[in-house]
Design a protein around this ligand. Structure first.
Ligand code: ZN
Length: 76
């Protein structure tokens, strides 16, 4: 198990579509943040200035559904 660099939380990245782009649900912005294909530590895309993710970022761990496309509520 690798040591964490920061006190950054780990969020599950929902793979959306066949290219491996991910979305994570942010409880502070109450919305999905759209990310690229890479797991690991990322800069937060928070629009809420109070979000603690703005200072820590977060780690993305990808989860993958076999054979089914994930469609988020808002159609992203
Ligand atoms: Zn956010």
């Amino acid at each position: 198990m690798r040591r964490k660099k920061y006190d950054a939380p780990v969020l599950l990245g929902i793979e959306r579509g066949t290219k491996g782009y991910m979305a994570v649900w942010c409880p502070y912005c109450v919305d999905f943040h759209l990310h690229g294909q890479e797991e690991g530590h990322v800069v937060a895309h928070c629009i809420d200035p109070e979000s603690p993710f703005n200072s820590t970022g977060y780690y993305i761990k990808k989860i993958k559904y076999a054979g089914k496309r994930v469609i988020l509520e808002n159609g992203k």
